[in-house]
Design a protein around this ligand. Structure first.
Ligand code: PLP
Length: 383
């Protein structure tokens, strides 16, 4: 994923201030905690902020264990390997997601199975998921896409068929499913990403969460080269150098202190986007979340319909010309050339959403003026 401070969309004719698609809010204790790390010489994964951050995130989600990891992508790899997934297994992933999901499956040696997403929720399609389950299915890696927690229907499919869920909650810190479970508490294992543009950040970073003592222990060993306390330099399994540093965790602890405020601002952004874009012909807004659930709107997505009088890329270009940065929806895993051996179910919905979806600026610092300016450009662009 590209950096949060990229300037690719800046143009020479730009007159007003640039609106980035996302920018972190580091205005709390981040600098003070980092200074503490430097002062005490605690900069590796041995420092005290790491345990504090793990416990804080786990507690926020109501989960027993958190294992800090160097990135969300590595957390996915660790979660799958903790489950014992390897060659001869299959793992199902919905098409519309970040490439990290497919890569994690391939890294274990298992076969990637790509299923479609749902037209209304944009998350996994329960029918396609059910169809994808086969005798070698060992897990479903399901995504809380753009901050929308998983809906009851796909969870019921996995429960009925006995398929363990690995929840990719990278974009959904603070979200809650309609049964009250927090994002991060929905699967056998779950992961977060704390990349700079996520709900809370450590710059680069991630975490594996689980209630299962044994899976947590395996995840911890996997992140630390599978060193064992009993015997020096003796490694029963292959592990990785995926630890999070104390510097990253220090930033994470400061973010966690303000997490509710950061989440509230994203939810507030979504309410303001809805009001500002309501009634613009051909601009479809995200479906409301399932009753009783909490959507954290990591990014606010819109769909450009045919009657808008322009396609998605044309709208993105108009916004870019005005200094407004956007992102297209993910290009689906079904369309990725890097997975020649994947088993692909028909993915018409992911294909369609991927071509028409656009993510609007959604960071915690977005002002009313920013939103009004973007809405005005969208209104004008379609004429
Ligand atoms: C960001 C993200 C990841 C990967 O996280 P990194 O920390 O960037 O490695 C994985 N899955 C989804 C859905 C994401 O948005």
């Amino acid at each position: 994923m590209s950096d949060q401070t990229e300037t690719e969309t800046e143009t020479e004719t730009e007159t007003s201030a640039r609106i980035p698609v996302a920018s972190p809010d580091l205005g709390g204790n981040e600098a003070a905690y980092l200074a503490e790390c430097i002062r005490d010489g605690q900069i590796s994964s041995r420092g005290r902020f790491v345990g504090r951050f793990e416990a804080g995130v786990a507690a926020a989600c109501g989960v027993a264990h958190g294992v800090a990891v160097s990135s969300g992508s590595n957390a996915l790899h660790v979660a799958l390997r903790a489950l014992g997934i390897g060659p001869s297994d299959e793992v199902i992933v919905p098409s519309l997601t970040m490439i990290a999901c497919g890569n994690a499956v391939v890294q274990t040696g298992a076969r990637l199975v790509v299923c479609d997403v749902d037209r209304a929720t944009w998350n996994v399609c329960p029918r396609s998921l059910a169809e994808a389950i086969g005798p070698r299915t060992r897990a479903a890696l399901l995504v809380d896409l753009y901050g929308r927690p998983l809906d009851p229907a796909p969870l019921a499919v996995c429960a009925a068929r006995g398929v363990p869920i690995v929840e990719d909650a990278a974009e959904a810190f603070g979200a809650r499913a309609s049964d009250g479970r927090a994002a991060g508490a929905i699967g056998r294992l779950a992961i977060f990403s704390f990349y700079a543009n996520k709900i809370i950040t450590t710059g680069e970073g991630g975490m594996v969460l689980t209630d299962d003592d044994e899976l947590a222990e395996r995840a911890r060993r996997l992140c630390d080269m599978w060193f064992v306390p009993e015997r020096r330099f003796f490694h029963p399994e292959v592990g990785y150098s995926y630890r999070m540093s104390n510097l990253q965790a220090a930033v994470g602890c400061a973010q966690l202190e303000r997490a509710e405020a950061l989440i509230a601002r994203r939810q507030d952004n979504a309410v303001r986007w809805r009001a500002a874009l309501d009634g613009i012909p051909g601009i479809a807004l995200p479906a409301p979340p399932a009753p009783g659930s909490r959507h954290v709107h990591w990014m606010f997505g819109i769909l450009v319909e045919e009657r808008a009088g322009m396609d998605r890329d044309r709208l993105a270009a108009c916004l870019a010309a005005d200094g407004i940065e956007t992102r297209p929806f993910f290009l689906g895993l079904h369309a990725q050339p890097c997975y020649p051996d994947a088993r692909r179910l028909p993915c018409e919905v992911a294909e369609d959403l991927g071509a028409r979806g656009l993510l609007l600026p959604s960071g915690p610092a977005l002002s009313d003026d920013d939103i009004a300016r973007v809405a005005a450009v969208i209104r004008r662009a379609g004429r």
